[in-house]
Design a protein around this ligand. Structure first.
Ligand code: SF4
Length: 76
């Protein structure tokens, strides 16, 4: 049985609007360095950042993915 899902963040294209952080501060921070969102504790894979999340966080994360103005957050 699958017990985890994944957030994939295409960080390079982040415009730093802050929606993900405001709505889900447990997973996100805004970088003081470059103003982009950082997916906390994520693993970097080329220009992607990947984080395993519990299934009960999926629905909320999907809403945030929809709210991201440049649609660079994916959940699967
Ligand atoms: S919602 Fe999207 S564009 Fe806005 S800070 Fe988060 S990842 Fe970046």
């Amino acid at each position: 049985m699958q017990t985890m899902a994944k957030i994939i963040h295409y960080r390079n294209k982040c415009i730093g609007c802050g929606i993900c952080y405001e709505q889900q501060p447990a997973f996100w921070r805004m970088s003081k360095k470059d103003g982009k969102a950082t997916l906390l504790k994520a693993t970097a894979k080329k220009d992607l950042f990947i984080l395993s999340i519990p299934l009960d966080a999926v629905e909320h994360t999907k809403e945030i993915a929809k709210a991201c103005p440049v649609r660079i957050i994916k959940v699967n």
